[in-house]
Write a protein that binds this ligand. Structure first.
Ligand code: FAD
Ligand code: FES
Length: 265
């Protein structure tokens, strides 16, 4: 983990709902893994005061401008609004990589990946990483499900081959949620679930995975303050009243039974 001032390489819209920010990455910070995140400060003063967390969507060891990392983001409020106004060459205060990322599947498991809302970036990064690692003829290639309200909300990106785009209204590819697809189509034996998305989606996936005895790794998008484990601002309840875990330092990726997912809804 390193805090450093870096340079924006590009910051561009990917359709009406999404932006992609690409940053020069200081190699002394180490390689960000899928599921890990950075925090950044888009302004120079104290407003906004808190750094904002974003998950890595890609990392390149080398390129024309050296190592680089990207995030996919949606404009929500003040910080993301300020971020969207920054252009190539602008400098940004970044801290990362932070948190615990996804672990790799066992060789006999079928990785089923589900992304919802702003959970798209980290799951896309994992999908690309697993697709690259899987031998061409192997069953270990991930099933990647990306969920959106409608076709209009799908960002203009190169999804890995075989991605299933799930839309609530059926306007692209599969009609229904990633959860619906998994409930009806995922192999009963051997599936391993990976997901990032809204709390209700993670709670429902944890329940389904428990019923079917599937291992699951779920990434929580909990509100954060310090982002480095010092304030308990991101605490999530453990099952059976066994205390709390910090999304920023103990996660954001947790195993199925580490968290009482329903309690946060
Ligand atoms: C580990 C982690 C990874 C994240 N990765 C991404 C990412 O890859 N891409 C992305 O677009 N966003 C991501 N987020 C959410 C992102 O941090 C917020 O969208 C951002 O902080 C909003 O800042 P703002 O000042 O623009 O909006 P604020 O004014 O702070 O918030 C505006 C609205 O955004 C929503 N919001 C803000 N933060 C969260 C949150 N943590 N969870 C749920 N809703 C929230 C709320 O509805 C709030 O009312 C991530 C959050 C976490 C904790
Ligand atoms: S945000 Fe401070 S401990 Fe997690």
């Amino acid at each position: 983990m390193l805090q450093f001032d870096t340079r924006i390489l590009s910051n561009r819209p990917l359709g009406p709902s999404w932006m992609e920010l690409c940053l020069a990455w200081d190699p002394r910070a180490g390689r960000p893994e899928p599921g890990q995140f950075l925090t950044l400060r888009p302004g120079r003063g104290f407003d906004p005061l808190l750094r904002r967390p974003f998950a890595f969507a890609s990392y390149l060891d080398s390129g024309p401008e050296g190592p680089s990392a990207s995030i996919l983001y949606q404009i929500r409020g003040q910080a993301t609004g300020l971020l969207a106004d920054l252009g190539p060459g602008a400098s940004l205060d970044v801290l990362g990589p932070l948190g615990k990322g996804f672990s790799l599947p066992q060789t006999d498991e079928v990785p089923i990946l589900a992304a919802g809302g702003v959970g798209l970036g980290p799951v896309l990064y994992l999908a690309r990483t697993l697709a690259k690692a899987a031998p061409e003829d192997s069953t270990a290639a991930p099933v990647f499900l990306a969920g959106f309200r409608s076709a209009a909300a799908i960002p203009d990106i190169d999804f890995p081959p075989g991605t299933i785009l799930c839309t609530d209204d059926g306007s692209a590819s599969y009609r229904g949620t990633a959860l619906d697809w998994i409930a009806h189509n995922a192999p009963i034996k051997g599936s391993r679930i990976y997901a990032c998305g809204p709390g209700a989606m993670l709670a429902a996936l944890a329940r389904l995975a428990r019923e079917r005895a599937w291992p699951a790794e779920l990434s929580a998008e909990q509100w954060m303050a310090c982002g480095v484990g010092a304030c308990m601002g991101c605490a999530l309840p453990r099952p059976a009243g066994a205390g709390y875990l910090r999304a920023c330092a103990d996660g954001p990726v947790f195993s199925r039974d580490d968290i009482a997912w329903e309690a946060g809804l």
